[in-house]
Design a protein around this ligand. Structure first.
Ligand SMILES: [Zn+2]
Ligand SMILES: [Zn+2]
Length: 336
């Protein structure tokens, strides 16, 4: 089968063996219809976390073509899925830190969504695989996992009524985050360096978004909507300057949700957290419950996910990578 295999920070289209169902035990073979290119795929490539030979891609939509597991799924089902499954009984799971569960980290789809076929285990079928409603397009369904990540972040933030939330960074994840915040009934504001993204965010329900020209001007402008600063801030932009900005835009006692990585030695200052009583909170990857909530919000149309993606063929996956990295597009969907 064809797959986009990682080779020195690029994808190379190669023929690799198709997964054989009975070799892996109980589960299903899914013929991939499409797979979103995630920011985390790019981070894994650039930081060397994903080694040469890896097949990336986890925002998968596909059709079940073989199954040897006694679940409710059948051949022909169109499904969207999450790629990690927690054990539900370790101390991490008990603490609701499902994405820190060691079993969660070990489980995965095989070999990865940028290939023609993947194997998913019975455990996946029982917890992280969802039938796609007929009224959804496969591109819309591919937002199951990324939206679930955002839903988890919003839940973890425990936003109080009448809060003013700010999303720093309005790429596709920033937009989804804003929509998730809005769907749960809160006011949401955004900021970004790119003018087009400000306009886009307003089409996706943000109450107001601000263009970052210079920091001092922006902080002054933001006083019109949040005079003492924002109550909850979601950091979706992976830049040290964004982290510093979030601290300045926060009111004393605010919650800042960290949803992106920055340079290793940069970050929050102890005394800002202490004297200003800031809550700094990480949110990483979704639980099966977040996936379920995500599917419901997409199905009910409470979160709009159409109009975000640009479609590329597998052969053009390097163009998708370049266009994503140069901010030419918001989100790439690779059609198999
Ligand atoms: Zn993702
Ligand atoms: Zn666990």
């Amino acid at each position: 089968m064809k797959a986009a295999v990682l080779q020195d920070n690029r994808f190379v289209i190669e023929e690799i063996p198709k997964p054989i169902l009975d070799e892996y035990g109980e589960g299903a073979i899914i013929k991939v219809i499409g797979c979103g290119l995630c920011g985390s795929d790019i981070v894994k490539m650039r930081t060397g976390k994903a080694k040469n030979g890896t097949v990336l891609g986890h925002e998968v939509v596909g059709e079940i073509v073989e199954i040897n597991s006694k679940t409710n799924f059948e051949i022909g089902d169109i499904v969207a899925l999450g790629h990690h499954v927690p054990c539900f009984h370790c101390q991490y799971c008990w603490g609701e830190n499902y994405s820190m569960c060691r079993h969660f980290k070990e489980t995965n789809i095989f070999p990865g969504g940028f290939s023609e076929y993947i194997f998913v285990s019975e455990e996946h079928l029982n917890n992280t695989v969802f039938n796609v409603n007929l009224n959804l397009s496969t591109i819309e369904a591919s937002f199951l996992e990324p939206l679930a990540c955002c839903i988890r972040a919003v839940k973890r933030a425990q936003i109080k009524d009448n809060s003013k939330c700010l999303v720093v960074g309005l790429g596709s994840i920033g937009i989804l985050m804003g929509e998730a915040i809005k769907a749960l009934g809160h006011k949401v504001y955004g900021c970004d360096l790119i003018y087009e993204r400000i306009c886009t965010s307003q089409n996706f329900g943000f109450d107001k978004s601000f263009l970052l020209k210079d920091e001092a001007t922006l902080l002054k402008e933001m006083k019109s909507v949040a005079p003492i600063g924002f109550d909850t801030i979601f950091l979706t932009a992976g830049a040290s300057s964004a982290t510093e900005f979030a601290v300045k835009a926060a009111r004393d006692g605010a919650t800042i949700v960290v949803f992106s990585s920055i340079k290793d030695n940069d970050g929050f200052k102890n005394n800002d957290i202490y004297y200003r009583e800031l809550n700094i909170l990480g949110s990483y990857s979704p639980s099966p419950m977040d996936l379920e909530d995500s599917m419901s919000l997409i199905e009910e149309g409470k979160v709009k996910v159409s109009g975000i993606s640009t479609v590329y063929s597998l052969e053009k996956i390097n163009d998708a990578l370049n266009d994503t990295m140069s901010n030419k597009i918001m989100k790439a969907y690779i059609q198999l």
